[in-house]
Structures are given as structure tokens and as C-alpha cells.
Design a protein around this ligand. Structure first.
Ligand code: NAD
Length: 510
């Protein structure tokens, strides 16, 4: 942050002349944004050890004290949004307005997590049943200690805050390793937290910087949980690194989200949403729409709508104010997008908009691919580019079958009127928006996460708070009875009573 200087010594460690470092670049122009230390396993462990002391202090605060500090953090981010959005634009490449949308959602999540932690996690009484009728039972959700958060680059504010805010609100300290492509943004977020509470005796949100090996070191550093967001391929490595110590993991991985367009859908709105879902953020959205299954009777009209809207809106990538979206953030992703388009065309698909010539690094122009065979990489693998496949289906039934025929299962969307909710329930994905795309991410009370290759565990909402806790069950004997069943001095009548009870309650034939 401007008033704290870059590479906050307390958070990152001062860059030493001969120590290994890495640079993050502006994906549009290629200029250097900042240089950071490539932290070693020893350094990571030292940060985690310090965070453990911070966790002890933080977890001993009251709910209200933590809420106040989290809200102050949201305040610093809100007041600094112009600087943060400029940095997101520079380091990630997305338009400034899209950066603000991301920041806005992140602030909303901080507010929700802060405001709901007590209600969701505080101790509560639980009914005991006949066997333990002389006991009181209670359940509470205790913080884990130190949570390691490993983040991606595509939503460098919204995505990590989805884990960080909920872990902090639940009473944990957090050690955050942002993506090497967006480390300056990660540093800004951590510095904002320190600035929100300058007199705090401990830093509960800490930064570690580096590439894959630093992430692996965080997994092996003794943290109490890893919240990972990234590709399924890296997710497997994270799980393997966490396995020896049985460190629990939350996996937020990729997706291949489908949209179903039914015959009674508003086609104009469906096309508008498909374009936003597929092309915004240059298609680099884990819950972006990558496949559309549209019922044959309205397929031609829908495809015509897509093309017309792309033309009317003059959808183009770029770095300037008129650009709909920015460059590909990670240079290597350009090759993936090119391979998927080429493979689809080679297998017989038609490019209705764009095509092979759309890929001009670092930008990719909008590309709509029609009738892509289901075995193509553009249908099977995460493309993460501003492309979309469209396929006609005979009915919604076939659309559901094809939408579910993927190893992923993150988000999905249904456009239609009658029966749309039933279709939504049948989609094998963690989240579905009806007559919208990605709406679930904007509702802080809803859990966010996937199934299959998209991962497991949940951020956001009450489930997202509980994800960073361990349920603690306590019983307390209130009085003794002459019918205690778990003693060697048991009264024989006890078992007679229990058997009678079991027969009366469960043993009846009808
Ligand atoms: P990635 O898997 O390449 O990297 C993610 C993070 O893991 C980075 O910080 C990276 O440095 C770190 N890492 C790399 N190797 C590691 C290792 N061996 N051990 C520990 N950490 C390691 O992913 P990415 O390219 O940064 O992000 C894009 C992916 O993230 C896409 O697949 C996208 O769909 C997914 N994503 C998912 C969600 C979600 O909520 N489900 C949100 C955003 C992005």
C-alpha cells in the first residue's frame, strides 16, 4: 500500500541481495510490477510459528472484538479501493471496473463472515435422548489454530478473501501465499489488515511469497489446515504434501461449467449471460461458463443472439478503457486456449465467432464454437479462455446428461421457465444459478465449492465458517440415576427398561 511501502518488512521479510527472488509482471505490457523473496521452507515455518502465537491472542478475543477488527479491515480496503483496483488492473490485467466488482464482493464477504461468526459458531445446547437424559450436551466450533491459504491469480482479491475472512472470523490466524503472478495484490491485502489495527500485539494475517515450492513448504509447515484454490493438478500435489502429517485440506479447484438453455428461455437474456459467464475476465473464471447445451428448437435463434450481441457490444480484449476484458494473465494459458480451439475445429466444429486467428498473445478475441464433439479438449478440459462451446440437444433431459458428463462439478446455470429449479437440482455441481450466471458467488450466505475434480469443502456462508473450525462436543452429567447403564455395578432392571424402550420406539411392525 502506498503509505506502507511495498514488500512490508514485517509481512514479507526484507529482500536480501543474493537471496532467491521472483518478479511479478504486468500481463498487458510485460513490465515488472514487483520483486519478492522466494521464501524457503525455514522462513515459511518461522512465519507459521509466529502466526501460532498470534492465533492464541486472536482466539482469546471476544466475537465482538474480532468482528470490529475485521470490519476495520473492510474499511481500509474500501477506502483504498482505487489504489487496489489499479494494482489489480496492472498485475492481473482485468479492467478496473471488473477489479472493483471483485473488491466489492470481497468486502461483502468480510462483512458477512464478521457479522455471522458468533451466531454460527457459538456454543449451543443439544438434546441428549433417553440413554443420557441425566446429562447436558453442548456443541461448539473451536478455531483450528493457523490456517494456510494458497491462492490463485484469476480473482486475486475475491478468491483468497473467501477463505481468509472466514478463517479469521472463526478465530484462526492465517498465513497466506498468493499466486506468484499476483503477489503484489496479496501483499496489499495483508498490509491492509495490519493497517486496520496498527496497535495489535500480533499479526494474525501473514504473507509468505514464492512459487510452487513455497506453497509446498506451507503444506508441510505444521499449519492446522490448508485452504487451497487452484488447479486440480496442483491440488493433488497439495493433498500429497499434506498427507504425511494428516493436515486437513479444503480444495477449491477448476471447473467446466455448463449452461442449459431450455425451449422456454428468454434467449436474449440467456445469450447475454452466456457471454458474461464465458468472456468476462478473459474467461479466466473458475465458475465461468465454458459449455452451452441449448434445446434444438431454439438453437439457431440462440446462436444468432450470441453473434449479434458480440457484434453490437463490440466485445474486444485490451488494456484501454473500452476493453471488455484484459489479457491472459498467465502467458502459458494462451497455448492451452489455442490447442482447444484448434482441436475443436480439427474435429469438425464450426467457429461462429472468432476461431484459430483469435489467439494473439497476450489477448484472445471472443470465440464461439458450434457443434464441438464431446470428446474434444474444448469440452472435456478446463479452457480458461474467452471461448464457449454451443451444442444443440433434443431436450433438457439430454442437456442434463451432457452437462453432468464431466469430471468437474463446480458451478452451472439454467435458463428456462417451467421446471428450471428441478433441472438445477439435478445438475452435479456445487452451485447453480437459474436465469443468471455466477449469482451464487455474490450471496455471502451461500456455501461455495464443488464436487469431483472441482474439489471439496466449502468457503462462504455458515459452512464456510465451520470449515475452519473443529466441532467440539461436551457432555456434563447433571445428576446420577440408579439406572446408569455404563457401570459394572449396573442395576439389572436397567437393561429391562432399555429393551422395553427400544421395542416400543423402534420394534413395532407397523
Ligand atoms: P495453480 O494450481 O497453478 O496454482 C495455485 C496456487 O498453488 C499458486 O499459489 C501456486 O503457487 C501454488 N502451487 C503451485 N505448486 C504448488 C505445490 N506443489 N504445492 C503447493 N502450492 C503450489 O492454479 P492457478 O493457475 O493459480 O489458478 C487457476 C486455477 O484455479 C484454475 O483451475 C481455476 O479454475 C482455479 N480456481 C478455482 C476457484 C474455486 O473457488 N474453485 C477459484 C479460482 C480459481
Amino acid at each position: 500500500m502506498s503509505d506502507q511501502g511495498s514488500a512490508n518488512g514485517a509481512a514479507v521479510g526484507v529482500l536480501e541481495p543474493d537471496a532467491p527472488s521472483f518478479v511479478s509482471y504486468d500481463p498487458a505490457g510485460g513490465g515488472e510490477v514487483a520483486t519478492f523473496p522466494q521464501m524457503t521452507a525455514e522462513r515459511v515455518r518461522a512465519v507459521v510459528d509466529e502466526a501460532r502465537q498470534a492465533a492464541a491472542w486472536w482466539s482469546a478475543l471476544t466475537w465482538a472484538e474480532r468482528e470490529q477488527r475485521l470490519r476495520k479491515w473492510a474499511g481500509v480496503i474500501t477506502r483504498g479501493h482505487e489504489e487496489l483496483c489499479e494494482l489489480v488492473h496492472r498485475e492481473n490485467g482485468k479492467p478496473r471496473d471488473d477489479a472493483f466488482l471483485e473488491v466489492f464482493l470481497a468486502i461483502e464477504h468480510i462483512g458477512w463472515a464478521a457479522g455471522h461468526a458468533r451466531k454460527v459458531l457459538r456454543p449451543r445446547r443439544v438434546g441428549t435422548g433417553l440413554l443420557m437424559a441425566n446429562h447436558a450436551a453442548s456443541l461448539e466450533y473451536q478455531p483450528l489454530g493457523v490456517v494456510g491459504v494458497i491462492g490463485p491469480w484469476n480473482y486475486p482479491v475475491f478468491t483468497p478473501i473467501g477463505s481468509i475472512a472466514y478463517a479469521l472470523a472463526a478465530g484462526n490466524a492465517v498465513v497466506f501465499k498468493p499466486s506468484e503472478y499476483t503477489t503484489a495484490i496479496g501483499e496489499w491485502i495483508v498490509d491492509a489488515f495490519a493497517q486496520a489495527d496498527p496497535d495489535a500485539p500480533h499479526q494474525v494475517l501473514r504473507l509468505v511469497t514464492g512459487t510452487g515450492p513455497t506453497g509446498a513448504a506451507l503444506c508441510e509447515s505444521g499449519v492446522d489446515k490448508i485452504a487451497f484454490t487452484g488447479s486440480a493438478r496442483t491440488g493433488r500435489k497439495v493433498m500429497a504434501a499434506c498427507a504425511p502429517s494428516l493436515t486437513p485440506v479444503l480444495m477449491e479447484c477448476g471447473g467446466k461449467d455448463a449452461m442449459i438453455v431450455a425451449a422456454d428461455a428468454d434467449l436474449g437474456q440467456a445469450a447475454d449471460a452466456a457471454l458474461w459467464g464465458a468472456m468476462s475476465n478473459a474467461g479466466q473464471t473458475c465458475v465461468g461458463i465454458e459449455r452451452v447445451y441449448v434445446v434444438d428448437t431454439v438453437k439457431d435463434e440462440f446462436v444468432a443472439e450470441l453473434s449479434a450481441q458480440i457484434q453490437k457490444l463490440a466485445l474486444k480484449p485490451g488494456d484501454g478503457p473500452g476493453a471488455a476484458y484484459g489479457p491472459m494473465t498467465m502467458p502459458s494459458q494462451v497455448d492451452v486456449v489455442r490447442r482447444h480451439i484448434d482441436d475443436a475445429l480439427a474435429k469438425g466444429a464450426t467457429a461462429v465467432v472468432g476461431g484459430a486467428g483469435s489467439v494473439r498473445a497476450p489477448y484472445v478475441e471472443p470465440t464461439v464454437l458450434l457443434d464441438v464433439p464431446e470428446e474434444s479438449s474444448a469440452v472435456r478440459e478446463e479452457t480458461f479462455g474467452p471461448t464457449i462451446t454451443v451444442k444443440g440437444v433434443k431436450d433438457v433431459e439430454e442437456a442434463v446428461t451432457l452437462a453432468n458428463a464431466t469430471a468437474y462439478g463446480l458451478g452451472s446455470s439454467v435458463y428456462g421457465r417451467r421446471g428450471a429449479m428441478t433441472v438445477a437440482r439435478r445438475l452435479r455441481s456445487g452451485m447453480t444459478s437459474v436465469n443468471a450466471v455466477i449469482a451464487f458467488a455474490g450471496v455471502p450466505g451461500l456455501p461455495f465449492g464443488g464436487v469431483g475434480e472441482s474439489g471439496f469443502g466449502r468457503i462462504h456462508g455458515a459452512d464456510g465458517l465451520r470449515e475452519f473450525t473443529r466441532p467440539k462436543a461436551i457432555t456434563r452429567r447433571r445428576w446420577s440415576t440408579p439406572f446408569e447403564p455404563t457401570t459394572f455395578a449396573r442395576n439389572p432392571k436397567t437393561m429391562t427398561i432399555l429393551k422395553k424402550y427400544a421395542m416400543a420406539r423402534y420394534g413395532r411392525k407397523k
